[in-house]
Design a protein around this ligand. Sequence first.
Ligand SMILES: [Zn+2]
Length: 253
Amino acid sequence: MIAPDLKTAIADLRGLIEDAQSILPFTGAGISTECGIPDFRSPGGLWTKTQPIPFDRFMASGEMRNESWRRRFVMDKHFAQAKPGRGHQALASLYRAGKVPALATQNIDNLHQASGIAPRDIVELHGNTTYATCLECGERYDLKWVKEQFDANGEHAPDCSCGGYIKTATVSFGQSMPVDAMQRAEQLTKACDLFLAVGSSLVVWPAAGFPLMAKRNGAALVIINREPTEFDELADLVVRNDIGEVLGPFIAS
Ligand SMILES: [Zn+2]
């Protein structure tokens, strides 16, 4: 059922949230656009102009690793300044109220953490771009340190002391999905009684699998997204209004 207007959308959503015992928010790029983080996959987005560097090319070539870091530092004007938006704050309020035990996200921007949700309760399906790790030993690195090394060495990406390559903690194209995160998202999907998809087109794997899984397990399904998704017909409530406008009233004062 597509909400006919914003007021109805908020009222219907309020009812579903009140009825739910355990809500699983599942968020995508749309929740962060009001925070100044572009949706790279959208038409006209960065990834339609500059192809992302696939994982095998990152691994195969030092020049690709340097290029990958060069692009990341250019993007920092978006990521470093971004603050949680109304959607993030509303979900953090529901988390504090005990309605949301944990949250799953496709986003890599760290804004759910910044909104006050404990990192252990955030399942990041595509990783996190606000820090880096060694692909061999897992050592964590600050981006500031990587940038200093990069600049000091004539735009050459530093390697870990173990010899491994250092990469943002994101999941690149062609890189295997994090098994732990996938399993946990699946468990949470099966345990929730309200699956709240926010700002995701639900197209990119593995996002596409979860709404159906939730529905088959008897959960209610709400989809809040600007554009139609292929799961809209299954959903108990579809909201196509602005995410900040819809979720703003759920921010606890
Ligand atoms: Zn290492």
